[in-house]
Design a binder for this molecule. Sequence first.
Ligand SMILES: O=C(O)CC1=CCC(=O)O1
Length: 263
Amino acid sequence: MTFARINGTVLHYRLSGPQGAPALVFVNSLGTDARIWDEVIALLSQTYLCLSYDKRGHGISDVPVGDYSLDDHLDDLSGLLDHTGIDGAVLVGVSIGGIIAEGMALRAPHRVHGLVLCCTAPRMGDAPMWTARIETVRGAGLGAMVDAIMERWFSPTFRAERTEELGGWRNLFLRTDPEGYANTCATLRDTDLTDAISAIAAPTLIVGGDADLAAPLDLVRNGLAIPGSRLEVLPGVGHIPSIEQPAILGRLIDDFLKEVGHG
Ligand SMILES: O=C(O)CC1=CCC(=O)O1
């Protein structure tokens, strides 16, 4: 276990792979933690220096009080890069993690050598949706929404055939701190990078799953406003490809890194 206090917030992070190798930084989604990347990192850390972390409000990182802004997440990520001595990296983000990665490419383009944006879009949902979700979690807890969320996260095949894994990831969701979850929903309520992302210059690979109910392909395609970006669609995959198809995602990332000269 490794921890750093970044701007007053303790963040849990993991660093693996050869020191001095090209760096990859993985940013997790709402209601998950760094463990969603473990199988992908097991493959890529042979070659790359891999940093994953529990973003604020999640996993065993601190749960600061109050709504989290995109800038809060970017301050955390910048501080963690400083702390780990990573000057620049390719960022791999899923869902809100992809929005954080886009935000970093806009704020600190010199530190972002490329983006892999999984199952994400510059704007996810709308304010009424996130306000309703915040009210549900504060009023009734995560248990009130867990079944619906598992349907948003995982394809029907995964849910039918990989029941032990489904049970484990369900536990992860249910053990998420409700305030950390609600405070992160506020980031999604308040963030819209739709008009901004055409200014991103980093080489970008967008990955979508055609069984993703949380980020359907029509939404994911909005990311193609990033100049030069391209989309890879994973058939039969839901919202978290690092869990459903880690080997395929790992290969896509590796190929992309070589293509952009980061491998
Ligand atoms: O919980 C969901 O609906 C899926 C999701 C949306 C943003 C995120 O990070 O996860």
